[in-house]
Design a protein around this ligand. Structure first.
Ligand code: PMP
Length: 319
């Protein structure tokens, strides 16, 4: 009894006994009403996944669950290898540090330097490969390297603990948050990477609300938006759920979406979040009045290089 009261007080006053509980005891991540984006007909709420402590992204959840499941299975490993272009690597090296393991990140050729520096600050060994993107060949390459060196490859693209993290945690949290608000969602909009979070949200929400729409967001052909991929790369879990529509967003639109949210709401979101916001604008009239949920996977701080490029040709008098 006394212990339960102490735990409640710790939570209330945000006292955490160790770094892992900074993740798990910190949930739910905030659900924020976008007050300027919302109007009389469309109420828009954003789930701010950058409130996760390690990678400041939604990926902390999936990595934590995959890591935990590996430990629970009694797998013996002292090093981990993973193909990653950012958030997964950062979350993985953070958890590796907590559990006293070594981590090697295999990153695609064009990974921003900011990501590499953050990985190295955390003590990861970084292998910058010649692969342009994380595709099947790259995933197989890392799998093989891990097998050769007896390292554990959690493999975020195929590991069901990824989907499960969002089915058991992200989606349930969001359901509770909407229950508190007394709102029934009209539409949930999320980016597609491994498809872990969008597929879990679709599965959980369509079980609960038969008419909720789930909209995916992918980069337009020939465009790159960090963290999300085109649906034809066949991410694992999305094939098992019903997605109502997938909206294409260009890289430039994603950046502009992030800038627009920053200037409207004062919140610095990342590029896939900017893409999710742009997708909302593209579908809002078609889907009509109601409560819209936007999943914002991370914040702006890893994308300084992209923002710098975008802002370059403009001179200060534009602002
Ligand atoms: N946005 C960002 C910034 C990400 O890092 C990721 C993960 N790759 C996603 C979106 C997509 O998430 P998921 O892997 O769950 O599809």
């Amino acid at each position: 009894m006394q212990e339960a009261i102490e735990d409640k007080l710790k939570r209330r006053y945000r006292v955490f006994e160790d770094p892992e509980s900074l993740l798990t005891e910190n949930w739910p991540t905030p659900l924020l009403k976008l007050s300027k984006v919302s109007d009389e007909t469309h109420e828009v709420w954003a789930k701010l996944e950058f409130y996760n402590p390690f990678s400041h992204s939604i990926k902390d959840r999936a990595i934590w669950n995959m890591f935990r499941k590996a430990l629970e299975k009694g797998l013996h490993f002292d090093k981990l290898y993973e193909a990653t272009s950012g958030n997964v690597g950062i979350a993985l090296v953070a958890l590796s540090n907590i559990y006293g393991k070594k981590f090697r990140a295999f990153i695609p050729k064009g990974t921003p330097e900011t990501t590499e520096i953050l990985l190295k600050v955390l003590g990861a060994e970084v292998v910058r490969t010649e692969f342009e993107v994380i595709d099947r060949t790259f995933i197989e390459y890392v799998k093989k390297k891990a097998a050769e060196d007896k390292a554990l490859n959690l493999n975020q693209f195929e590991n069901d603990a990824n989907f499960e993290a969002h089915y058991n945690y992200t989606s349930l949290e969001l359901l509770k948050q909407l229950e508190v608000l007394g709102k029934k969602p009209k539409c949930i909009i999320a980016g597609v990477g491994t498809s872990g979070h969008i597929a879990a949200l679709a599965a959980r929400f369509k079980e609960t609300f038969y008419d909720v729409k789930v909209v995916g967001v992918e980069p337009s052909p020939g465009n790159k938006i960090p963290g999300i991929k085109r649906i034809e790369t066949r991410p694992k879990w999305i094939a098992h759920v019903k997605i109502d529509e997938v909206v294409d967003v260009r890289s430039r639109e994603a950046i502009e979406g992030a800038i627009e949210i920053a200037r409207l709401e004062g919140i610095l979101i990342g590029l896939s979040s900017g893409a999710v916001y742009q997708a909302f604008k593209k579908i809002r009239d078609k889907y009509g009045p109601g409560t819209y949920i936007l999943i914002f996977p991370d914040d702006a701080f890893k994308y300084i290089e992209e923002f710098r490029e975008y802002l370059k040709p403009r001179t200060t008098f534009n602002y």
